[in-house]
Design a protein around this ligand. Structure first.
Ligand code: ADP
Length: 424
């Protein structure tokens, strides 16, 4: 094993794994930190192992403890470099958890410096002068300002990260990144010498990401979105650590029914659900308030899905709603309770659909994917080819079960149909 990755949510984990696979690194994702007496990371026959946590919105102390446990497991597996993967929209709450986790990992690795860079330009996430853009908009003007759990209202990443950290946060600007890895390393050295623990790094295109990866080659820890991983396989190959495998993304074909489960309320997912509905495909809506009132919508959805006209085609079960509706639900139920009710319902639906013979699931939403994967008892995913940037098909190891776990903001409008090979 070369690279050990700790990802703060499930879809983020598949996103970074996809980046590594596409450059020929055989990659396995494990769900949560395996038990000490369970399978070791070194036995997974992989160049990179990604531990998928659900630590983005948990209390900071819990997120730190879980991340450190993941680090120890990856260290025991022999990883030579470590990567803390967070969302390309830097999703975090006022308390963290990006800062506290990154600082704890640095300390555990005996290191005092790393970068922070959520950029993923192919997906419209770029960092310029330390400010994160989503497409042409500042993060704080994008749909992320309405996120149910981690609303992002400041695009200045130096400020956002500094508020979560003990150590100082500085900036490695694009004009330095553009000069190449040598200049960038000099900037890192300068920041480190002046007592900075983090460099928020600008990146506006894939070349910036490659330069960043090269400049970070000797850092024990990288913290980033999935983008920086794009440049790592080349660095490992140049060092003689990696022989890229052309078959790294090949998964077995799996037949059986298909379904889409959507619990993300992002702008992209709302558009994807609307597209599915506009195509006249079958869909069942889960209403959070009805769940709170005690209605068993999971059973209702499963009965609906078992009807002959639905059992023969891919179906969608969704809680996805527009920002106004989500706000109203959250005011009535509380943010955590609303989220937990919906996640539990969709997870129960996933179990029931699997029992009905569904073998291919498209799941929209990071937290939602976490809940679904746990409910299906999946422990490891082999990563396959991408459907859209950042969203690969994956196979539950040892099972005839394929999963596409989509981060809320990712994917084209027709993503659900595209993933399932449906023509418009
Ligand atoms: P994303 O990847 O877009 O962030 P997540 O699944 O991580 O999506 O987060 C969305 C959260 O919103 C989940 O906790 C989900 O249960 C919750 N949620 C989904 N639908 C609704 C709704 N209609 N009202 C309130 N909360 C909802």
């Amino acid at each position: 094993m070369i690279l050990g990755v700790i990802a703060d949510d499930f879809t983020g984990a598949t996103d970074v794994a996809s980046m590594l696979v596409r450059a020929g690194m055989r990659t396995v994702q494990v769900i949560g930190v395996p038990q000490a007496d369970g399978v070791g990371a070194a036995s997974l026959n992989a160049d990179a192992v990604v531990v998928a946590l659900k630590s983005r919105t948990t209390p900071a102390a819990e997120a730190v403890a879980e991340s450190l446990a993941a680090l120890r497991w990856l260290q025991a597996g022999g990883a030579r470099q470590f990567y803390f993967k967070y969302c390309s929209t830097f999703d975090s709450t006022a308390e963290g958890n990006i800062g506290p986790v990154a600082e704890a990992l640095l300390a555990a690795l005996g290191s005092d410096f790393t970068i922070a860079c959520p950029a993923f330009p192919e997906n419209g996430r770029s960092v310029y002068m330390g400010h994160l853009f989503v497409g042409e908009q500042l993060l704080s003007d994008s749909g992320m300002r309405h996120h149910p759990l981690t609303p992002m209202t400041d695009a200045n990443l130096v400020r956002v990260l500094q508020a979560q950290c003990q150590g100082r946060v500085g900036l490695a600007r694009h004009d330095v990144v553009a000069q190449g890895a040598v200049a960038l390393k000099a900037r890192f050295a300068e920041l480190r010498a002046s007592g900075h623990r983090f460099a928020v790094a600008d990146a506006i295109d894939n070349q910036s990401l490659r330069t960043l990866a090269e400049a970070c080659a000797d850092l024990p820890l990288i913290t980033a979105g999935s983008g920086v991983a794009l440049g790592l396989p080349a660095v490992y190959e140049a060092r003689g650590w990696l022989r890229p495998d052309a078959e790294a993304a090949t998964l077995p074909a799996v037949g059986g029914r298909a379904a889409v489960l959507s619990g993300s309320c992002s702008s992209a997912t709302n558009a994807q659900v609307q597209h599915w509905l506009a195509q006249g495909r079958p869909a069942f809506r889960v209403d959070a308030r009805a769940l709170a009132a005690g209605q068993d919508l999971a059973q209702a959805a499963l009965q609906w899905a078992a009807q002959p006209e639905h059992a023969s085609v891919p179906v969608l079960v969704y809680a996805t709603a527009q920002p106004d509706e989500v706000r109203a639900v959250q005011e009535a139920l509380g943010v955590q309770r609303a989220g937990a009710l919906v996640e539990h319902c969709l997870a129960t639906v996933a179990q029931g659909l699997q029992a009905q013979g569904v073998r291919r699931f498209v799941v929209a939403g990071g937290e939602t994917s976490g809940a679904v994967v746990q409910a299906l008892g999946v422990q490891r995913l082999r990563i396959g080819a991408p459907i859209d940037p950042g969203v690969p098909w994956t196979q539950a190891e040892g099972q005839p079960l394929l999963l596409a776990l989509k981060s809320g903001n990712f994917g084209s409008t027709d993503f659900f149909s595209k993933a399932l090979g449906l023509t418009a």
